[in-house]
Design a protein around this ligand. Structure first.
Ligand code: PEP
Ligand code: MG
Length: 592
């Protein structure tokens, strides 16, 4: 595919009303939405004819609603029935129909236009209501109005009965009637422009357990049918045309989310302490600030990784310092989170989402990415660093630099941060005084010189996604080589083991924030490696914590010692898999 054909990634925030993550193809539900015409009627006969036409359309709408109600009743789908009753009551409400007839007569206009005037006057009244639920009920009137408009135009409702697999419904708003007629249970998820927590979409989605995000305002304008789309009903984010990296990450999130269904969240906030008293701090990885509530709910004790590059999605212009600040401010000092680790942007290469042209490098993964990009674009880097230093005044903050491969780079980054701090002090800004500085250990060179890097920083965070990619020379988004992507490769285990040891020798904490940290099958291996912190996608936390609480450091060390004697990754995988299935049969029923 030509790079210019790559569709731009876009993230839109709405209201998550039914939790869960789905990835699929968009289907733009084109409910008949008449462009309401206006024409004047210049004699009494025409006016009378228009009134008759309007009343006939009302009658027809009522018959259709009644038919729909009977159909739903036969299907045993009781939930939406009362809503259809409400729609029928509106139709029968003389104030609604009489007002429209009056507009036709008084203003000598066509029925469509008169109806629009009636609906608009209702909207004005509803808009003033304080109660969210009542305000949202304008959608019932709009729905009824659309039914009448459709009949006035002589068009039948669009029905979609042959939905394929993996389709996500995108619509302005869905009524239960719409959803009933579109074989709702075939859809993976919903994303709508309108609606709130009590909208029909929300009610129906929850009762069917289908992830949904509503109130997206412009989703129908941005999406075309067949676009790739991700709906995260937990955080309220919808991502259109995700790039391969985002897609991969959300596939992991989705899998953890599905596995989580079997586990209760009641003990999620309990600490991860082994039976022999070894504590691992468990953090959450987030991409959007909206994910904080979900991180807390799933038991995150801190934010171990905030991937700030996501601030750049759907932008033409770079974010200002204030925009950065407001994001960071909202995730720093959150009650229940011990600290927030803000990683400076990992942009460049393939990660400059907004402009694919910037990704035109032969080997973008090895290109001008992350800290390399920032050290070239110092002014842009400083904007972010200023915002982080300011936000740190509000709670414990850790600053994390990605893709460090030499002591020179970390020294340079620290120097720039120091300059930024001095500038802020001289400007009289308040800023955090105890910001810890860490490096991602994700380039093999950094792992090899970890002893030198340890002297420069307060903590390490091992990024296994990249560390594995670079150590094993496997492009992490190239599906042709995924079979070689092996976290349990002896080389990976050795690298991690060495980094932990060197970090501890230097007296600094060592975290892991790559996807490997959240795989329950690896939890004992990671315990045996004695990582101080594991940070992962929030939905992975409850299972990992549960395993830690039910094991001992001693057995984990034994397991690690044993597998370190193997030469083949396949043998390690087999051995660890068997061990974990034997020890935690309940946890590994699903994926073996
Ligand atoms: C990693 O490389 O493991 C990591 C956590 O960073 P990212 O996935 O954002 O590259
Ligand atoms: Mg990385």
């Amino acid at each position: 595919m030509n790079v210019d054909d790559v569709k731009r990634t876009m993230a839109i925030k709405g209201i998550g009303v039914s939790p869960g993550i789905v990835i699929g193809k968009a289907y733009l539900f084109d409910r008949f939405d008449a462009q309401v015409p206006l024409y004047h009627l210049n004699n009494k006969t025409l006016v009378q004819r228009e009134v008759t036409r309007f009343r006939a359309a009302v009658k027809e709408t009522e018959i259709q609603l009644q038919e729909l109600k009977d159909k739903l009743h036969d299907l045993g789908d009781k939930e939406p029935l009362y809503i259809i009753d409400v729609h029928i009551l509106i139709l029968k409400d003389r104030r609604f129909t009489d007002a429209t007839v009056e507009h036709i007569r008084e203003k000598a206009v066509n029925a469509e236009w008169a109806l629009r005037i009636t609906i608009d006057s209702y909207r004005e009244i509803f808009d003033k209501m304080e109660d969210d639920y009542l305000r949202g009920r304008i959608s019932d009137i709009q729905f009824v109005g659309q039914g009448i408009l459709r009949n006035l135009a002589g068009k039948k409702r669009e029905t979609k009965t042959d939905i394929g697999e993996g389709i996500i419904l995108v619509a302005k708003e869905l009524s239960p009637a719409d959803t009933a007629q579109t074989k709702i249970d075939k859809f993976l998820g919903f994303a709508t422009d309108f609606g709130g927590k009590t909208s029909h979409t929300a009610i129906v989605a929850q009762s069917l357990g289908i992830p949904a995000v509503v109130g997206l305002e412009k989703i129908t304008r941005e999406v075309t049918t067949n676009d790739d789309i991700i709906v995260d009903g937990s955080s309220g984010m919808v991502i259109i045309n995700p790039d391969p990296e985002i897609l991969r990450r959300y596939e992991v999130k989705r899998r953890h989310y599905q596995e989580l269904k079997a586990i209760s969240l009641s003990s999620a906030r309990m600490p991860a302490i082994t039976k022999d008293d070894f504590r691992v701090d468990i953090g959450g990885n987030i991409e959007f600030v909206e994910e904080i509530p979900s991180a807390l709910e799933h038991g995150a004790e801190n934010i171990g990784l905030y991937r700030t590059e996501f601030i750049y999605i759907n932008r033409d212009k770079l974010p200002t310092e204030e925009e950065h600040f407001s994001s960071y401010r909202s995730i720093v000092g959150v009650p229940g989170l011990a600290w927030t680790t803000i990683r400076t942007f990992d942009l460049g290469g393939e990660k400059f989402f907004s402009d694919p042209k910037l990704g035109r490098e032969m080997n973008p993964q090895m290109g001008l990415r992350a800290i390399r990009f920032c050290l070239k674009e110092i002014e842009l880097f400083k904007v972010q660093l200023r915002a982080i230093a300011r936000a740190a005044a509000y709670g414990k903050t850790r600053l994390l630099f990605p893709m460090i491969s030499s002591v020179e780079e970390i020294r340079q980054a620290k120097k720039i941060f120091q300059e930024v701090r001095e500038d802020l002090i001289s400007e009289g800004s308040s800023l955090g005084s105890d910001i810890e500085i860490g490096v991602m250990i994700e380039v093999p060179a950094a792992a090899i010189i970890a002893d030198k890097l340890a002297k420069e920083v307060d903590f390490f965070s091992i990024g296994t996604n990249d560390l594995i990619q670079y150590a094993l020379a496997i492009d992490r988004v190239n599906e042709r080589v995924t079979y070689l992507y092996e976290p349990l490769h002896p080389a990976v285990l050795r690298l991690v083991s060495q980094v932990v040891k060197v970090g501890h020798d230097a007296g600094i904490r060592v975290a892991m924030c790559g996807e490997m940290a959240g795989e329950p099958a690896y939890t004992l291996i990671l315990l045996g490696l004695e990582l101080d912190e594991l940070s992962m996608t929030p939905s992975a936390i409850p299972r990992v914590k549960k395993i830690i609480r039910n094991s001992t450091l001693e057995e984990s060390r034994e397991l690690l010692k044993k597998v370190m004697t193997f030469s083949l990754s396949a043998d390690i995988r087999k051995y660890v898999g068997k061990y974990m299935r034997g020890r935690f049969p309940e946890e590994f029923l699903i994926n073996g």
